[in-house]
Design a protein around this ligand. Structure first.
Ligand SMILES: [Zn+2]
Length: 252
């Protein structure tokens, strides 16, 4: 007969291990992933690790990573090689503020990155708790972008429905006629979204196959989306605890 005291110790270990919440956010630009990510971070008191922000910060502070990044001219749309990205994330998650868990946004972007992420977590007896896939109809996202307006003189930004200028079509500050940025044109946004879908499809498949992916309907109001997000995270945590317990009983 198993010793009940020992069982409960193992169970507590399993819970402790899976208590470190590691979340991955997937979703196209304009799906509200940034806003929701920030709210998740506050709600669970864990940092958001965005590779974009990580790189910008490294360049600004002129660190070794920053100097490496600068060679790749991300501003010109060039990609930073997987090993550089993976190394940057590995260093970042070793920092003390990640002790209770963290959220990654913009990483992993490719299957090799996802594999490398998995291995670095396994080395530390950790694993991805879950992946939230922010999904909104392409037309909704196109609409969000196509309503954006910018002043060509002072750069102030508006949105025809969400944040309209006082006088339609004119900048509040300098009264210059507002413009649509080339990046916000319907066709450009549509193309960008298609490219995103194509590129991340294998990644969604990768996490779906492990039972880690949960879709979030990002077309609703931010408050409704957040409620969905919390429900999804709690479910993923419960599943993760279950997996961890099973793993422990297999190890024994
Ligand atoms: Zn202006």
């Amino acid at each position: 007969m198993p010793d009940p005291a020992r069982l409960s110790v193992d169970w507590r270990q399993a819970v402790r291990r899976s208590a470190r919440m590691i979340l991955v956010l997937l979703g196209p630009p304009g799906a509200g992933k940034g806003t929701q990510g920030a709210r998740i971070a506050v709600h669970y008191d864990i940092p958001t690790i965005s590779t974009g922000a990580l790189f910008r910060d490294a360049v600004q502070r002129g660190t070794k990573l920053g100097r490496t990044i600068q060679k790749y001219r991300i501003d010109k749309g060039e990609y930073v090689p997987d090993e550089v990205v993976v190394d940057a994330v590995k260093q970042r998650i070793a920092e003390p503020d990640c002790a209770a868990g963290f959220l990654v946004d913009g990483f992993p972007r490719t299957i090799p990155q996802a594999d490398a992420f998995d291995s670095m977590l396994t080395e530390q007896e950790l694993s991805v708790t879950g992946v939230l896939d922010f999904d909104a109809p392409i037309n909704d996202i196109v609409g969000r972008f196509s309503g954006r307006r910018v002043c060509p003189v002072d750069g102030s930004t508006y949105h025809v429905t969400v944040q309209p200028p006082i006088v339609a079509g004119l900048c509040d500050i300098c009264r210059t006629p507002l413009m649509i940025r080339p990046d916000d044109e319907d066709a450009v946004v549509r193309r960008r979204l298609e490219v995103y879908q194509e590129k991340t499809a294998p990644l969604r498949e990768y996490y779906h196959g492990r039972g880690l992916l949960r879709e979030v309907d990002a077309s609703a109001e931010p408050e409704t989306v957040f409620a969905q997000v919390i429900t999804a995270i709690e479910l993923l945590r419960a599943q993760s605890r279950e997996r961890s317990k099973q793993q422990d009983s297999q190890d024994r």
